[in-house]
Design a protein around this ligand. Structure first.
Ligand code: GRF
Length: 189
């Protein structure tokens, strides 16, 4: 099943998805990695892995989010993708893209949703005195980090954790959870 990945940054979750797809038994293949930022380090990593990449910078589109999304949508469709995985894609989506990819666009978020949506989740979890934390995969809907939850992985929060040590613990789980979720969603469809 052809899948596109949207990134804005380092792309470690992207890499975990690409790696999973290298297994012939895995039910997805990555047909495109698309970034809204020309300087996203993940673009180079995708190229090194032999995956087609594209950058559609949002800046020339100014405030016209829908026009940028239209360009993204067209590129993803032209690549033949049937699913989109957001992997550190730092754009708030409008209903334009969300509707078109209903139940076919996945995201990973570094908290146990509905706890700690938005940014700085690790810091927030530590400050809240939480004993556990983790990551969530979910379908993308109009609300940021609000779509139906697909799967979660938990990690403990240790007394001396910093946002960085906690983030690293969560990220390890993200790299397992996202490919597993993608396979489950595709096989269930
Ligand atoms: C991850 O923590 C992911 O959960 C969040 O953004 C971060 C992206 O990291 N949505 P990477 O680019 O996949 O390394």
């Amino acid at each position: 099943t052809p899948v596109a990945i949207l990134i804005s940054g380092r792309g470690s979750n992207m890499t975990s998805l690409i790696k999973a797809c290298e297994n012939p038994d895995f039910p997805a293949r990555i047909v495109l990695v698309l970034s809204n930022r020309p300087d996203a380090p993940g673009l180079e990593k995708a190229q090194e892995a032999g995956v087609k990449t594209l950058c559609i910078d949002h800046k020339p589109f100014g405030k016209d989010r829908a026009a940028h999304e239209k360009a993204v949508d067209e590129a993803v469709r032209a690549a033949g993708a049937q699913y989109i995985c957001l992997a550190g894609y730092m754009r708030v989506l409008t209903p334009y893209l969300v509707k078109r990819w209903e139940n076919r666009m996945l995201n990973i978020h570094p908290s146990l949703l509905p706890k700690f949506p938005g940014l700085h989740t690790h810091e927030a979890a530590i400050k809240a005195g939480a004993r556990e934390h983790g990551c969530t995969t979910h379908f993308v809907t109009d609300g940021v980090d609000e779509g139906p939850i697909l799967a979660q992985a938990k990690v403990p929060i240790h007394p001396h954790d910093t946002p960085e040590t906690l983030a690293a613990r969560v990220l390890k789980e993200e790299h397992l959870l996202y490919p597993a979720t993608l396979a489950t969603v595709i096989l269930a469809s």
